[in-house]
Design a protein around this ligand. Structure first.
Ligand code: UT7
Length: 327
């Protein structure tokens, strides 16, 4: 059975920055409150000329360059997103923009767990021998669906895109994983469709609604994250035949610095092994893990052979962990 190697990472550079002080001009909040409760100091926003597909394409292009792989060699593009340009799917626009003419491309939606779910999905295609070269992208423009007058949510989110390249290899570097869902908790975090009935003909109606901005029960999601994330990482480690002592880096979904600290504490992972870009990016949903990974790789922190415990968690509710070895 072919193994899976991660051979490149990339991210998009977003130039618009929104600081906590900027936000305090819009809602009743402060830099002190946001920094103390979340660790966030600023976040990036997509510019008016950006699209989800342009950001995803930039991240993918940078990951392909690091992997030294041409777009024509890509077999599959998996785009994890909850904020598509097109509800029919955005991955094909990325495929066209990259010039990945041989690739099949589709979207996968699992909110902030989307990147981990897509990584594991991509790995199955490689392990079965169907595809050799896969680009996995996590990208979200949550600013499109944020209620900018709701201080309990708007301070958390930012826009971003990150990507990795997976290749078939002799040695398998996806060492273990575990994925979970619990739809009974769906109401805790929503970007839900709101139907509006419109008359069509006679007594036949159609639903012509739209999506309403993000709503969240922050305390419930917080409790869920600090209990479920350590558990799912331990399960993935067990499948890998490893223990927490083997973790070189933890690259978790960047939701809240307090969540990162609590997870590290429960697992006994030293804080200097926890990758965090919370302060600069906030919560970028499906983008947060590949973005944090790419920054740590390019900063020379993550080195070839390092064991990385990664975990996503969020709406669905969904959560999942993957233990990977870099390159
Ligand atoms: O991708 C996964 C998605 N989401 C998450 O991971 C979020 C998980 N949850 C959290 O990160 C935290 O629950 C929050 C950061 C959202 C909130 O922090 P908290 O410590 O749980 O605060 P809280 O909701 O208990 O609110 C404490 C107080 C409240 O005031 P009262 O009722 O005590 O008077 C809030 O109204 O803080 C108030 N508050 C704020 N104050 C200033 C809530 N948001 C703000 C704000 N600025 N932005």
């Amino acid at each position: 059975m072919p193994g899976v190697s991660l051979v490149g990472s990339g991210s998009a550079c977003l130039t618009v920055q929104l600081t906590n002080d900027d936000l305090s001009q819009r809602v009743d909040t402060s830099d002190e409150w946001i920094a103390a409760r979340t660790g966030i100091r600023q976040r990036h926003l997509a510019a008016a000329t950006d699209s989800l597909s342009s950001l995803a394409t930039e991240a993918a292009r940078n990951a392909l360059a690091m992997a030294d792989l041409s777009a024509e060699e890509v077999d599959l593009i998996l785009l994890a997103t909850s904020t598509p340009d097109d509800l029919f799917g955005t991955a094909c626009q990325v495929q066209a923009a990259l010039g990945a003419t041989r690739a099949v491309a589709f979207d996968l939606t699992a909110a902030c767990s989307g990147f981990v779910f897509a990584l594991v999905t991509a790995a199955q295609y490689i392990r079965t021998g169907v595809f050799k070269n896969v680009v996995v992208i996590g990208a979200d423009v949550l600013s499109r669906w944020t209620d900018w007058d709701d201080r309990t949510t708007c301070v958390l989110f930012g826009d971003g895109a990150g990507a990795v390249v997976l290749r078939a290899s002799e040695r398998d570097r996806l060492l273990g994983f575990e994925l979970c869902s619990d739809g009974s908790l769906n109401h805790c975090l929503n970007l839900a469709y709101q139907p509006e009935t419109a008359p069509l003909v006679g007594d036949i109606n159609v639903q012509m609604g739209t999506f309403s901005p993000i709503t969240m029960n922050g305390r419930e999601v917080y409790k869920f994250a600090v209990s479920r994330v350590p558990e799912v990482i331990e399960k993935a480690l067990f499948r890998a035949g490893l223990t927490t002592a083997d973790i070189d880096w933890m690259v978790l979904h960047q939701a809240n610095q307090r969540i990162l600290d609590a997870v590290a504490d429960r697992l006994g992972v030293p804080s200097d092994r926890v990758v965090s870009n919370m302060a600069r990016h906030g919560n970028t949903s499906a983008a947060s893990i590949p973005l944090a990974l790419d920054e740590a790789v390019r900063a020379g922190k993550i080195q070839p052979g390092d064991v990385i415990a990664t975990a996503g968690f969020g709406a669905g509710l969904t959560w999942g962990a993957a233990i990977i070895q870099w390159r």
